[in-house]
Design a protein around this ligand. Structure first.
Ligand code: SAM
Ligand code: SF4
Length: 329
């Protein structure tokens, strides 16, 4: 098991497949100048599958989510999914993506064993999308979402980050549109994980603000806390349900006490928290011929030292050196 000193057990593994991306969301990446990982630093497909196998068969991981950067940019993605789906016990497999290219690969991913996807979409307006992501790819994302649903990668969830003066007026439209398309919408508070270190607490659209905006158009009823488990999203029934909307209040209502995550970066470093500044290297032992048992032990040790919380409320909080795109969001 991956247990820490506070008794939390990590069963949910986030694997970053690449730090690269075809968008440049302003809350995530700068327009240019970000240094990419060099190819030899990246884990190979086989190395990723081996580490996932160790996590699943030796360390009790039951859920694996592929992310990045943009995971659909990884050429070997379908093969990685296929190998992970063949593991015993079979983990749940999901993908967090910006949706670009999904229209081409959704069926292949489903056939390979992918269970679900989360697609990021912050706006319904193509011009706002271009301002926010610095790319003209809005239609590709909508097409990707549609393809994911048609391929049965359901429930298709949408992640939205709101920013003041850009798309914060869109919360009700986004929800109404998502409900109409049977997508499950979740808003995420903006976190200090951008490569440019431009995040300011006072500029962030808070969960409270989001709920206020939604309540102007919809009747929201809080879901029973027992339904939440370790899920970071607090969910509300919309107009009596069964449809729901989620809010991930990572900053104002952190869920660290129930955290069940462990993370692997594209260059083979284990992180026990999104916000930690420490990483544990698995790539070097992996490439030096270490047996599975030794790698599993290093992974256990990395998780044992997990801190109680993200430290966001500490005035001395320092952003991690790596941005979200390199950690794997
Ligand atoms: N490229 C894929 C995507 O956009 O879904 C996967 C990686 S992205 C880093 C994962 C999620 O993190 C996305 O939903 C994105 O909106 C979110 N994200 C990125 N930077 C963020 C930030 N500073 N605060 C909150 N969420 C952020
Ligand atoms: Fe790319 Fe996702 Fe970051 Fe946007 S949020 S720049 S899509 S990695």
């Amino acid at each position: 098991m991956l247990i820490d000193t506070y008794g939390r057990i990590a069963t949910d593994l986030r694997v970053s497949l690449t730090d690269r991306c075809n968008l440049r969301c302003t809350y995530c990446m700068p327009e240019e100048g970000l240094q990419w990982l060099a190819k030899p630093e990246l884990l190979t497909d086989d190395e990723i599958v081996r580490l996932v196998r160790i996590a699943v068969t030796d360390l009790g991981v039951t859920e694996v989510r592929f992310t990045g950067g943009e995971p659909l940019l990884r050429p070997g993605l379908v093969g990685i999914v296929e190998h992970c789906a063949a593991l015993e016990p079979r983990p749940t497999l999901s993908l967090t993506t910006n949706g670009i290219g999904m229209a081409r690969t959704a069926v292949a991913l489903r056939n390979a064993g992918l269970d679900r996807v989360n697609v990021s979409l912050d706006t319904l307006r193509p011009d706002v999308f271009q301002t926010l992501t610095r790319r003209k790819r809005h239609a590709d994302v909508l097409e990707g979402l549609h393809a994911a649903r048609e391929a049965g990668l359901t429930p298709v969830k949408i992640n939205s980050v709101l920013m003041h003066g850009i798309n914060d007026d869109e919360a009700p439209e986004l929800l109404s549109w998502a409900l109409g398309h049977t997508y499950e919408l979740r808003f995420i508070e903006q976190m200090p994980l951008d490569a440019q270190h431009g995040w300011r607490r006072e500029n962030m659209v808070t969960a409270e603000e989001i709920l206020e905006k939604l309540s102007a158009r919809f009747a929201l009823t809080a879901e029973e806390p027992s339904e939440r488990g370790s899920a970071p999203a607090e969910r509300w029934l919309v107009d009596g349900g069964p449809a729901t909307v989620g809010v991930i209040a990572s900053v104002t209502r952190p869920f660290c006490r129930a955290c069940d995550r462990t993370r692997l970066t594209a260059d083979g470093q284990v992180r026990n928290c999104l916000f930690t500044r420490e990483e544990s290297d698995l790539r070097t032992p992996l490439r030096s011929g270490a047996p599975d048992a030794e790698i599993a032990e290093l992974w256990r040790a990395a998780m044992w030292g997990k801190k109680a919380g993200s430290g966001l409320d500490d005035p001395l909080f320092l952003q991690p050196q790596r941005p979200m795109s390199a950690i794997g969001g």
